[in-house]
Design a protein around this ligand. Structure first.
Ligand code: G
Ligand code: G
Ligand code: MN
Ligand code: NA
Length: 250
């Protein structure tokens, strides 16, 4: 059977669940919040990673329902955390084209009781590609709800700089590929340094993704990069823990 057909029934069969990936203050190590990552427990194939099913869901527009489920479930679970951390949720460009994403976010915040300022929506440049003015209008209305908007995967696509000029993002997430080559690539070092400086001048805090080593963290702390995410902070997990791997518990 095709993945596509199975995906159509995945939601009604309760096969989707969330993993959470912690995001920490680079210097103090304090856990600021978690990114929701969709997982699909396929009855035959086992857990299918999102890089395999999100693109399929986007082609069939199943992502609209799946995205709604992720948003609602993330906000609900976030309300039950032991601390009121940031709830970061990925939005697909397709969710911007179908239905009213602003109305959806608004109603899910009301329904779950999650304070708007705890929700951070991560968008990629794909959102801005074919209808820039429409997308900017939607982003402004989302921001008016009080939610935070982050530019995800920064540095990997096309004309990201013009998007930073066009919209006041609350955060920039530097793509993991730059962090993972820091130790071997002087170019990556220069790019990360420049992006962190850019974020500081634009008043957009930076999250570095894919941080795996203490050396990478030290480099980022030196640059005053605000936040880190990656295996060094914690792996994606179904349960959240606010215990920092950097702060000695006593
Ligand atoms: O968890 P993993 O690193 O395998 O996720 C791969 C990518 O899949 C992530 O970088 C993220 O952009 C995307 N992804 C994960 N969950 C969601 C989701 O709920 N919605 C969307 N649109 N993308 C997601
Ligand atoms: O939204 P985005 O596509 O950036 O989702 C982040 C994904 O990147 C997660 O699903 C996770 O699997 C992956 N990732 C995050 N941090 C690390 C890391 O430190 N090392 C590796 N290898 N993968 C990571
Ligand atoms: Mn993301
Ligand atoms: Na990313």
């Amino acid at each position: 059977r095709a993945l596509q057909q199975d995906l159509a029934t995945a939601l009604s069969r309760n096969e989707l669940f969330l993993h959470w990936m912690p995001q920490a203050d680079t210097k103090t190590g304090e856990i600021n919040g978690f990114e929701a990552l969709a997982r699909w427990k396929h009855p035959v194939r086992g857990v299918v990673p999102p890089i395999m099913f999100i693109p399929v869901a986007e082609e069939t527009a199943a992502i609209v329902q799946i995205g709604e489920w992720v948003l609602r479930t993330a906000c609900r679970e976030g309300m039950r955390w032991p601390k009121p951390g940031k709830v970061a949720v990925n939005l697909s460009p397709v969710q911007f084209q179908h239905g009213d994403i602003v109305q959806l976010v608004h109603s899910i915040l009301l329904e779950t009781g999650l304070p708007a300022e705890r929700l951070e929506l991560e968008i990629t440049e794909g959102v801005l590609l074919d209808d820039l003015s429409g997308a900017l209008n939607t982003l402004r209305r989302l921001k008016a709800l009080g939610v935070q908007i982050a530019m995800d995967d920064f540095g990997t696509g096309y004309s990201s700089l013009s998007y930073l000029q066009a919209f006041p993002f609350d955060r920039i997430k530097i793509d993991a590929s730059f962090i993972q080559t820091l130790s071997t690539s002087p170019q990556a070092k220069a790019i990360v340094r420049a992006v962190v400086a850019l974020g500081a001048s634009l008043d957009m805090p930076i999250t570095a993704e894919g941080v795996e080593t203490p050396e990478q963290r030290a480099f980022l702390a030196e640059l005053n990069c605000e936040e880190i995410q990656g295996y060094l902070v914690g792996r994606p997990s179904p349960v959240v823990s606010f215990e920092s791997p950097f702060i000695k518990q006593r």
